[in-house]
Design a protein around this ligand. Structure first.
Ligand code: XMP
Length: 507
């Protein structure tokens, strides 16, 4: 798709996506592939440069991840990061030894400014180290380009074969000017021209979609989330009038959310179909209390309603989906099922579409957001927090009823209003209606009503999180507004658990 690609070869490091994003931020498209990729498949991608990621393994062990040795002989510039550098050394005749103790954290390193990788960055720099093994002898033909107090070989180069390595992590913010080092690799070593921007991506996708779809019809399940909304806006721009969006309203959206989504999409040049299926979902959930059962029922019903509506439309040629790059990279690598995430992606295959269109498949979330803004979607929608497919049904603990949903909706709206009007930072926040009632007192009367839990977390990847440190003054205001304004709640608690051991959602 892009004229220039940098290939990131994954050795299991936690920063692979960060490396890929940094490369893109520098204006060059990047893809991530597993370390088992063959040299022949690398040739097909025809990258202008290759980056080996870090990884938890040790090259001193037999089962350590390695790569096709021919990749290092293709004449394509290579940068090895952490484990990636150790592997290069190991494969090319250097020595890697297991250290006595790990070096972890930000340290000062001395970088040689005459190395093209460190152009403009010579001298002492703060860098993030995270390793136990280290290179003790550089391979023949390699020079040492960086060192730190504990690590005498923290950077290597072989200019003739354009192979470079760093023991530290240039992709993280803790490394001073780390992005400049990546930029040097791209522009000084790989001779990149740049030009990968969302503006260019947009015009390229419009062209591709037009070519593929022609005058045929496309169907999209719109959830109101960022990905499906951006996908809809992009398709409308590319093939105005040819897109039908089905919005299945399961009745578990937050206060005013469905109206906001309808306002945005009903005025576009899209056949927008809003299906109010809330009665059906609520009745299917009657008496159901198990979180997994709730999720499964909602997922199944969603697919069924969608299928019924799609069938009514007659023949549709293509199904569009808002799949994004992290879904592609992570698919198949998930281990234990903690929660069955219901996403609009798992839609019926039997509808007989000619093909699937996934115009965001190559993008990271931040890129999808930038594209959404370029397409003129409202900021509120583009920067919407993640919201689970089953919606408030998994934030009402135990059996879901309309009454409980209404209570939760009002309380959640107060929490969101108060949080958005302060500078307190949290990446996701919401309310949970527990199925516990507690005794309270109001006026001179005893009350016996629900306990509401507030959840607010700080996270970058939503795989782990810390609870957000909300100031007591704000918590107090939220609690007092909720207990005063929302009938049915007489007690508010704040969830102070991280993930792990908890998850972000309660169900
Ligand atoms: P957990 O609860 O697993 O949530 O720690 C991690 C992130 O995923 C969101 N989440 C979902 N997103 N469909 C989604 O699209 C789902 O079924 C779902 N369940 C949880 C959750 O809000 C958090 O951001």
């Amino acid at each position: 798709m892009a004229s220039e690609t940098v290939l990131i070869i994954d050795f299991g490091g936690q920063y692979k996506e960060l490396i890929a994003r940094r490369v893109r931020e520098c204006g060059v498209y990047s893809v991530i592939k597993p370390h088992t990729i063959s040299a022949a498949d690398v040739s097909k991608i025809a990258p202008i440069g290759i980056i080996f990621t870090g990884g938890p393994g040790s090259v001193t062990q037999d089962d350590a991840p390695t790569c096709d040795p021919k990749i290092l002989e293709m004449g394509i510039p290579v940068l090895g990061i952490c484990y990636g550098m150790q592997l290069i050394c190991h494969m090319m005749g250097g020595v890697v030894a297991s250290g006595e103790k790990s070096e972890y954290g930000t340290v000062l390193a001395e970088l040689r400014g005459d190395c093209p990788l460190f152009y403009g960055q010579g001298g002492q720099r703060r860098v993030l180290m995270s390793h136990t093994d280290m290179v003790t002898v550089a391979p023949p033909g390699f020079d040492v380009t960086a060192k730190s107090a504990q690590c005498m070989i923290a950077g290597i180069e072989n200019r003739d074969s354009s192979i470079y390595g760093v023991q530290f992590h240039p992709e993280v913010e803790n490394t001073q000017n780390g992005t400049e080092i990546i930029r040097n690799f791209l522009y000084r070593i790989c001779s990149a021209k740049g030009g990968y921007t969302m503006e260019n991506y947009l015009s390229e996708q419009i062209k591709l979609i037009k070519e593929r779809v022609g005058d045929k019809k496309v169907l999209l399940a719109l959830s109101g989330g960022v990905d499906s909304s951006v996908c809809a806006a992009l398709l409308e721009r590319a093939i105005p009038g040819q897109l039908t969006c089905i919005y299945v309203d399961h009745g578990f959206m937050r206060k005013n959310e469905t109206d906001e989504i309808r306002r945005v999409f009903e005025k576009k040049n899209i056949n927008f179909r809003w299906i109010d299926a809330s009665d059906r979902f609520i009745s299917k959930l009657a008496g159901v209390t198990s979180p997994e059962a709730k999720r499964k029922i909602i997922g199944e019903q969603f697919a069924r309603v969608f299928e019924e509506e799609a069938t009514k439309l007659g023949h549709i040629d293509f199904l569009a989906q808002g799949t994004i790059y992290p879904d592609v990279v992570e698919s198949g690598t998930n281990s234990a099922v903690i929660k069955s995430h219901h996403n609009v992606g798992g839609l019926p295959e039997k509808l007989g579409f000619e093909g699937v269109i996934e115009p965001l498949r190559a993008l990271f979330k931040d890129e999808v957001r930038r594209l959404g803004l370029l397409l003129g979607l409202p900021k509120k929608l583009v920067f919407r927090q993640p919201f689970p497919g089953p919606g408030l049904a998994i934030r009402v603990i135990g059996e879901v009823t309309r009454e409980k949903l209404n209570i939760l909706r009002e309380a959640d709206a107060i929490l969101r209003e108060e949080m958005s009007s302060t500078r307190t930072r949290a990446d996701q926040y919401f309310a949970v209606l527990t199925d516990t009632k507690s005794v309270g007192v109001m006026g001179d009367c005893r009350t016996y009503e629900y306990v509401l839990a507030l959840r607010a977390v700080r996270t970058t990847d939503f795989m782990t999180c810390e609870f957000a440190r909300i100031p007591y003054g704000l918590l107090s205001k939220i609690s007092s507004r909720i207990t005063n304004e929302v009938p049915g709640i007489n007690r508010v608690v704040f969830d102070i658990t991280s993930k792990p051991p908890a998850t972000i959602e309660w169900e």
